[in-house]
Design a protein around this ligand. Structure first.
Ligand code: FES
Length: 120
């Protein structure tokens, strides 16, 4: 195996890629929200995924902080795959309910969803 592939394989193993059921992408602005607001939501999301054991196991969720999802209004914008559920206004105070209802109980929070685009 080449050196780049070895390094990539190490990263894959360290991150647990291959075991995830969901991927949550959270935009932290600057156009859909103030970066401070987006980063505050990101910190809560990170902590809750870890504290609730949602980084591994049956409901393992990969998380990504992104700079833009091209919606650019009423953020922080968040999208969950594979179901392709798009959420608006996902400020830090909303993250706990989102994690509990959508990620733990498979019950998306309908009132905050503005679009759906299931993949696959
Ligand atoms: S800056 Fe958040 S969607 Fe564009």
């Amino acid at each position: 195996m080449s050196e780049p592939l070895k390094q990539l394989q190490t990263a894959v193993e360290k991150l647990g890629i291959g075991h995830y059921r969901r991927h949550v992408l959270l935009c932290t602005g600057p156009s859909c929200c103030a970066p401070e607001e987006g980063n505050a939501a990101w910190e809560v999301l990170k902590k809750l995924l870890k504290d609730k054991g949602l980084l591994t196991g049956e409901k393992a969720c990969y998380r990504s902080k992104v700079g833009c999802l091209r919606v650019c209004c009423h953020g922080p914008t968040l999208v969950v795959y594979p179901e392709g559920t798009w959420y608006h206004s996902m400020t830090a105070d909303r993250i706990p309910r989102f994690v509990e209802e959508h990620l733990e109980n498979n019950a998306p929070v309908a009132e905050w969803i503005f679009a759906c685009n299931k993949l696959g």
